[in-house]
Design a protein around this ligand. Structure first.
Ligand SMILES: Cc1ncc(C[n+]2csc(CCOP(=O)(O)OP(=O)(O)O)c2C)c(N)n1
Ligand SMILES: [Mg+2]
Length: 639
């Protein structure tokens, strides 16, 4: 079985013909002729190219984009990392069937890609990186921004992209572009290998001309397969499900990438097996489906985590089983619990010593549903999780309720107001801070791809550029970037891009004067919130003075956004409704009460392993270590 995309070219009768073009011109032209196809739907594999120009790409890729006259559309960004975030948001919204390229200069422009590349690769989302590189011919050595390694002449800063790229190549000679470009497309289109793909382009080579075979520029379609499960492996999985009394499905991001939501619903309808979801998988079932028990793991719901603790069979579909999902190897605690994983990547399918079914999620779920014909979980099990779901729903209602309209809102109330204002088509984006946990617990996902959490890399600064990428992929859907003040300060740059392009993203900016999330974590590990609040330095030298007089609403306005300031919880819905209807990028700015967690939820909290100092003098840390040792004792290795 192969999971690799297969290709077909429409090669005209051009054998022997060549075209004289620079390497950059040839690459741009080549990219404009690449397509993916799945389920009969064909789309551009590389739909556009983000770029910031410097001497490392302005005369090469820059000139080639100009010459291509829009065959590969150009998008202007402000920060290289942010351009990758935008590309990642786009690729995810396109179910990985279409991607963006990102061109940069050499040196700092190139190394600014590293964080974005890691984010793409960790999340298995395709993006094509085209950093410039130092001269291949080295006439003047070093050139501006070139790294010199005295003992290794062939190292450049772009080597920092190797470990975070699923494919890396440096095109030292024009003719090497042909195999490099083909390998790059193979990896971008491959559902197993997808991630950052880097083609480093020395600045002299970019501008060098070559006689390219005409076939290189032919339309080429990369078929994205849906590999079917092995019959024996599927039969064993069905046997395990039939034998289980308390099976639980863990739906991961692969359910969305494979467009397998309907197949998952059909399985849940037929068997009554409850479905819990990871951050990437949330929304696999609508929140009001009887089998949807919400988020699982450290940030999960009480009902999902209780089912996980007592499950005798865990069916992981398209999940990587991160520490948040497994509560750092403590969540799946029933003696003898087994795992049966359905995943297109053998690497993931085999995690937790599972019985593994290596297949496309949709094809595999359809086959499993057929193999389970006539099977249903017990009525008492269904009644048990239905009651747990109802209890959780009541908790969410309480968290969303706002009895005092004049009060400053809590973060839960902000989420509740947004929940009340959005429709099925809205998309909510977040990546870091205290919002991911609150959203995983509280958000009522009501359509596919509505809940967009980047929690593989949980990178502050992802949200605003990603919202632009998502909106480019789904121009008809309202797109909300939810950001904390810390996150906003890290990367507000692409607001300018949204304004320039007329992309009407909506930003909900939550001001709580620092890191509520890491502050809470710090307190729980005996760190006493050290370094996590944005406050003036006090007389004793600590950052415990007054909050800083920064005005982030004015900042967003200065970058070109329309801004609505919310002062009380009663104003939230009106502000969000106005923002939703806005045709211009709009920011809803709100100061919140700094409550750390969802009310009533701490007792649901599953563990997260953050090691605590083994030696400490301060009592809070000593106590925290004792608690840590107690919780860590519950870790288990699944074999
Ligand atoms: C790029 C990056 N740096 C550091 C972190 C670690 N980190 C996670 S959450 C967080 C604070 C986020 O602050 P804010 O956006 O204000 O959200 P809040 O915690 O207040 O909800 C930090 C520093 C990260 N996730 N990403
Ligand atoms: Mg904050």
């Amino acid at each position: 079985m192969t999971t690799h995309a297969t290709t077909a070219t429409t090669v005209a009768a051009t054998a022997g013909a060549t075209r004289r073009r620079t390497v950059a011109q040839a690459l741009v032209e080549f990219l404009a002729h690449q397509y993916t196809e799945r389920d009969g739907r064909r789309r551009r594999l590389v739909a556009a190219c983000w770029g910031i120009f410097g001497h490392g790409n302005v005369a090469g890729i820059g000139q080639a984009l100009l010459e291509s006259e829009g065959a590969l559309p150009y998008l202007q960004g402000r920060n290289e990392q942010a351009m990758v975030h935008a590309a990642v948001g786009y690729a995810r919204q396109c179910d990985r069937l279409s991607a963006h390229a990102v061109t940069t200069s050499i040196g700092p422009g190139a190394t600014n890609l590293v964080t974005g590349a890691a984010l793409a690769t960790v999340n298995r989302l395709p993006v094509l990186l085209l950093p410039g590189d130092a001269f291949a011919t080295r006439p003047a050595d070093p050139v501006l921004q070139q790294l010199e390694v005295p003992g290794a002449g062939d190292v450049s800063v772009n080597d920092a992209l190797r470990p975070v790229s699923r494919y890396f190549d440096r095109v030292h000679r024009p003719e090497a572009l042909i195999p490099a470009a083909l390998q790059a497309m193979r990896v971008l289109a491959d559902p197993v290998e997808a991630g950052a793909v880097t083609l480093a382009l020395p600045q002299d080579v970019q501008a060098e001309a070559y006689e390219w075979p005409e076939e290189f520029f032919a339309d080429r379609t990369w078929y994205v397969p849906r590999p079917a499960p092995d019959a024996g492996a599927l039969a064993e999985a069905a046997r395990l499900v039939r034998a289980a009394e308390r099976p639980l499905i863990v739906a991961g991001g692969g359910v969305h990438h494979s467009e397998a939501e309907d197949a998952l619903r059909a399985l849940a309808d037929a068997t009554g097996i409850p479905v819990a979801s990871t951050q990437a998988g949330k929304g696999s079932l609508r929140h009001d489906h009887p089998a949807d028990v919400g988020g699982i793991g450290h940030t999960g719901t009480a009902v999902a985590d209780e089912l996980a603790r007592t499950a005798d069979l865990v069916i992981g579909v398209g999940t990587r089983y991160t520490d948040f999902t497994t509560a750092s190897a403590t969540l799946f605690a029933a003696p003898g619990v087994r795992f049966a994983n359905l995943n297109i990547a053998s690497f993931d399918a085999h995690k937790l010593a599972a019985h593994s079914v290596v297949a496309d999620a949709r094809t595999g779920l359809e086959a499993l549903t057929a193999a389970l014909a006539g099977h249903r979980v017990s009525g008492s099990y269904e009644a048990e999780y239905a009651a747990g779901k109802a209890r959780w729903e009541a908790l969410v209602d309480r968290a969303f309720a706002a009895p005092e309209p004049a009060a400053r809102p809590s973060q839960s109330q902000v989420i509740g107001a947004l929940d009340a204002v959005v429709g099925d088509e809205d998309i909510v984006i977040n990546a870091a801070g205290s919002l991911p946990g609150d959203l995983h617990k509280l958000w009522r996902a009501r359509s596919r791809r509505q809940y967009h959490l980047e929690y593989g890399y949980s990178c502050m600064g992802y949200e605003i550029p990603a919202a632009i990428g998502v909106r480019l992929a789904a121009p008809e859907r309202p797109v909300w970037a939810l950001v904390g003040d810390g996150t906003y300060l890290m990367m507000p740059t692409e607001i300018v891009t949204a304004v320039q392009e007329g992309i009407a993203i909506k930003v909900v900016l939550i001001q709580n004067h620092g890191y509520a999330s890491i502050g809470g974590l710090s307190e729980s590990v005996g760190g006493e919130r050290f370094g996590t609040a944005y406050r003036f330095r006090a007389a004793d030298g600590t950052y415990t003075g007054a909050p800083l007089p920064v005005d982030l609403a004015a900042n967003a306005a200065s970058l070109g956004m329309d801004v609505i300031r919310v002062r009380a919880v009663g104003e939230l819905r009106g502000a969000l409704t106005t923002a939703r209807a806005a045709k211009h990028p709009t920011c809803v700015y709100v100061e919140t009460e700094t409550a750390d967690t969802v009310p009533g939820a701490p007792e649901a909290q599953a563990w997260w392993d953050v090691p605590v100092a083994e030696t400490a003098t301060r009592p809070a840390a000593v106590e925290a270590r004792a608690e840590y040792d107690r919780r860590a004792a519950a870790r288990r290795r699944q074999l």
